[in-house]
Design a protein. Structure first.
Length: 362
């Protein structure tokens, strides 16, 4: 059997657990973006601790998503040349991304128009259309979840550029140190911590995913040598450390205290990922969520759903989350997530069943 054929057999064997991790990661990403809890400043330690704990649980998801994407990329790098791979990736990714990006920009203008109709002084229509559109494009691309699609493609391009070094541990160490720079920067403020400045911080996790694939048997043997109880305990301790680091950063005025590239969160995410690898495929998750069909669509649509549909669903209740105590705020965040995910999932499932499934990359 050739190396490519062996790779394909291995992919088929592992595909169910890949879907499980991908589906759970997307659940966490939607929770993180819909919770609306992180911006509130509490004065006491206990409330800040509860706030950070609620938001920390799903903080493994972004890193897990890059890891599992790197795991899959390993197969594609074997089957295609770098140019072929990027052409296929752009064809399936950029078209849907551009479509929903423009839907968001259109929705933003419609929203402005309605606000202007109600209060022309407070919400004037733009005089300079070109400048307005430029600002809209910039904000939509760099200030929303749409940025991470470009971030992902840039990370892939970098791995392709250094493909001959892909499985060298020295290359991985360099990428890991790059991520560590972002972690340390939270304490020293060498540069602004925004989506766009973290563009190189996630390449390491794509590389690590490919490395795990390459050494899958050896790594899984190591993971299975650790008892589930010990791995759970270790993950829980890293969770607590991540929460405490967040609380420390918040109490010291750091604006991006929930940054994914915090050292403790990186370790927590890797440990949680090991737990998911040890658990393996979850048939119920794969059957209900259908990650292979819905993941990209949910990612593209969830920001629009949270910004506009969720707002209208909750408008009659006039709830101001900052007026709630931390426990009610956490409960309200869970309600926001549930509504957001269900609405997005229903829309995506509907699109999957039609000729418009291409709009979500299916």
């Amino acid at each position: 059997m050739s190396e490519i054929e062996q790779t394909k057999v291995k992919e088929k064997k592992n595909f169910d657990f890949v879907d499980t991790i991908r589906g759970l990661s997307m659940v966490g990403i939607v929770f993180e973006h819909s919770a609306d809890l992180g911006w509130i400043k509490y004065d006491d330690f206990s409330s800040t601790f509860v706030q950070a704990s609620v938001l920390q649980f799903f903080k493994f998801t972004t890193i897990a998503f890059f890891l599992i994407s790197g795991f899959l990329i390993n197969y594609k790098f074997t089957e295609y040349t770098p140019v072929q791979y990027m052409k296929n990736r752009l064809r399936s990714t950029i078209g849907p991304w551009l479509l929903w990006l423009h839907v968001l920009i259109l929705m933003n203008f419609i929203d402005l128009w309605f606000r202007h109709a109600r209060n022309a002084v407070a919400y004037p229509l733009p005089d300079d259309v070109v400048a307005y559109l430029g600002g809209e494009y910039y904000n939509a691309v760099t200030g929303t979840s749409f940025w991470f699609v470009l971030n992902f493609l840039i990370c892939i391009a970098l791995l392709l550029l250094f493909k001959k070094h892909l499985y060298k541990t020295g290359f991985g160490i360099i990428l890991g140190l790059t991520s560590l720079v972002y972690s340390i920067n939270l304490y020293f403020g060498w540069f602004i911590t925004e989506h766009t400045t973290a563009v190189f911080g996630f390449v390491f996790f794509l590389w690590l995913g490919a490395y795990i694939n390459r050494n899958y048997a050896r790594i899984m043997h190591f993971i299975h040598s650790i008892t589930t109880g010990r791995l759970l305990t270790f993950t829980f301790l890293l969770f607590l450390l991540s929460v405490l680091e967040t609380v420390y950063l918040k109490l010291n005025g750091v604006t991006d205290a929930y940054n994914t590239l915090r050292v403790t969160n990186i370790l927590y995410s890797l440990s949680f990922f090991a737990l998911l690898l040890k658990r393996g495929a979850m048939p119920a998750v794969n059957k209900i969520l259908e990650p292979r069909k819905t993941t990209y669509g949910i990612y593209l649509l969830h920001h629009i759903v949270i910004t506009y549909l969720l707002r209208e669903v909750l408008r009659p209740f006039s709830i101001e989350i900052q007026d709630l105590n931390v426990y009610l705020a956490a409960f309200y965040s869970c309600i926001r997530f549930t509504i957001s995910y269900l609405l997005t999932f229903i829309i995506v499932k509907g699109l999957v069943r039609t000729r418009l499934k291409w709009t979500i990359g299916s």
